[in-house]
Design a protein around this ligand. Structure first.
Ligand code: SAH
Length: 498
């Protein structure tokens, strides 16, 4: 068999928007993705249909050894697969990308490297520290703070301490005191400005500033965790001006507020971008997942017999779009979409549709009620049952085809969120099922009491009325509901009502 190809791809420092266009395209085309734990969870949102392999490693705990990773890359490529080896930052900067490329080439497997935004420059930058600055520094040295024991060319800390300019130390959290100690004992002034940037570009990014003399103490006090980098040099002082400016650009009130997004994984990336644009720190923890239902055999004749086809979600449109004959049968029909997202999904397929004034089942009912004829719903199996009943009462013939079922996600991120629920400032519920499955999972984990307490002290936002009704049924107070039932409006409502 002809071997596939391996792409060694840099994912950037963690913010999915800092990935290159090429990286994004390759991820969407890959058969297999091998990634490591440096990546922020959002980076892989929407790729759940790929073979995702976590080969991640931390300093003390290896999931797969480098040899095992190499062997896996070779194996997958030899199966003819298109493999993306996704690495934090840039693949060739302390990323062992070069080693992997050499091994693959020795096996005659085609390899291509795709550069990424390196954390060595981006993490300080995002915290307001330019690694070079005219008049202050014109050189930058990047070193690893965690060398392989027994390596043949150990770092020459004495030479490094004598260099002027900016020093960036990667992988240095566990050996911070040793590295800083070496710099000072080799003659670097303890008054040299120093900073630690933890999780640069992640929602939980933190900056700790000080001097070489006190940074170890400060890092201990702040309980710094990897990934983090140490920056040493006069440029650190610029953060006072540059970081402030960056922060002002964010929404002062929402800055730093953790907002839990519980919707489908496929929607998480876009929602999290919207939340971040408004200054919130999104935490994606999908509570639900979709399971496609087989289409009834007579679906085409049922659509044919209807005067009007109603879609109540973009998910429904996506599923219908996989069936060319169903799509063709919609061409001659009047189509109604429940709201703007569904409308856009239909527009992408070339269909125009009308929407009710209010983006909800109630809005649909108002729009359709009293009209004659036959309507067919293509929607979730758990769609609002009153809608069909009420429309029938008003004299319409209603056909209801379930395209998919909403089920519990089984996602580990939801479990993590439940365990750390008290850290969340805002819970954003985008459907009644997100609320139901969140509570059910918490019950299964024996964490219901803790979650309820967290919900009581957090702010709770819902997208619309049915979700509000479900929360009421679950005994959870609702603080915010937007006028228009969309995620964007919910975020705006949260921003304006703090
Ligand atoms: N190839 C990567 C670096 C891999 S070495 C790159 O180009 O960024 C791993 C080290 O990078 C971590 O120990 C940490 O020092 C640093 N690092 C990676 N991502 C980071 C981030 N988002 N914020 C701060 N440091 C990060």
């Amino acid at each position: 068999m002809k071997p596939g190809k391996v792409y060694l791809v840099g994912a950037g420092p963690g913010d999915p928007e800092l990935m290159t266009l090429k990286a994004k395209r390759l991820l969407s085309q890959a058969d297999v993705i091998l990634f490591d734990r440096l990546l922020s969870p959002e980076t892989l949102s929407g790729l759940e249909n790929k073979e995702l392999i976590d080969v991640g490693k931390s300093a003390s705990h290896h999931k797969l050894t480098q040899d095992e990773i190499n062997a896996l890359l070779v194996k997958k490529a030899k199966e003819g697969k298109m493999v993306v080896r996704l690495k934090g930052g840039d693949p060739y900067l302390f990323g062992r990308g070069g080693e992997e490329a050499l091994i693959l080439l020795a096996e005659e497997i085609p390899v291509e490297v795709v550069p990424g935004v390196t954390s060595a420059i981006a993490a300080p930058e995002l915290a307001g520290i330019p690694v070079t600055h005219r008049g202050i520094t014109s050189s930058l040295t990047i070193v690893t703070g965690h060398e392989d024991p027994g390596k043949d060319s150990p770092l020459d800390w004495s030479a490094i301490a004598k260099l002027g300019g900016t020093l960036v130390v990667l992988m240095g959290v566990s050996r911070l005191d040793k590295n800083v100690g070496a710099l000072i004992s080799e003659g670097k002034s303890p008054d040299t400005p120093a900073a630690i940037v933890e999780k640069g570009g992640w929602p939980e990014q933190r900056l700790i500033t000080g001097t070489l003399g006190n940074i170890v103490q400060k890092a201990k006090g702040a309980k710094v965790e990897p990934p983090a980098i140490l920056v040493v040099g006069e440029v650190v002082n610029l953060t006072e001006k540059l970081a402030q400016k960056g922060q002002k650009a964010r929404n002062a009130q929402s800055a730093g507020k953790k907002l839990a997004i519980l919707r489908l994984d496929a929607q998480a990336a876009e929602s999290s971008r919207l939340a971040r644009e408004s200054g919130f720190d999104p935490v994606c923890a999908p509570a639900i997942a979709l399971e496609k239902k087989p289409l009834p055999e007579d679906i085409l004749s049922r659509v044919e017999a209807s005067d009007c086809v109603v879609f109540t979600s973009a998910n429904g449109v996506d599923i219908a779009s996989n069936n060319p004959s169903l799509l063709r049968s919609l061409k001659s029909k009047k189509i109604i979409s429940i709201g703007p997202k569904t409308k856009i999904a239909l527009e992408k397929l070339g269909f125009s549709s009308s929407t009710p004034e209010e983006y909800s089942s109630a809005g649909l009912e108002k729009m359709l009620s009293g009209k004659e004829g036959r309507v067919i719903f293509l929607r979730s199996a758990q769609g609002n049952q009153y809608l069909a009943k009420d429309l029938r009462k008003s004299g319409m013939q209603v056909d209801d085809v379930p395209l998919y079922e909403v089920k519990a996600s089984g996602d580990k991120r939801l479990d993590d969120l439940i365990l750390k629920a008290d850290e969340i400032d805002i819970f954003a519920f985008t459907s009644s099922t997100t609320a139901r499955y969140l509570m059910e999972r918490a019950k299964e984990m024996d964490q219901e009491g803790q979650l309820r307490r967290a919900l009581e002290s957090a702010r709770v936002a819902v997208i619309g009325l049915p979700t509000a009704a479900e929360l009421k049924r679950l005994g959870i107070r609702v603080d915010v509901m937007p006028e228009k039932f969309t995620f964007e409006s919910m975020i705006q409502a949260l921003r304006s009502t703090q």
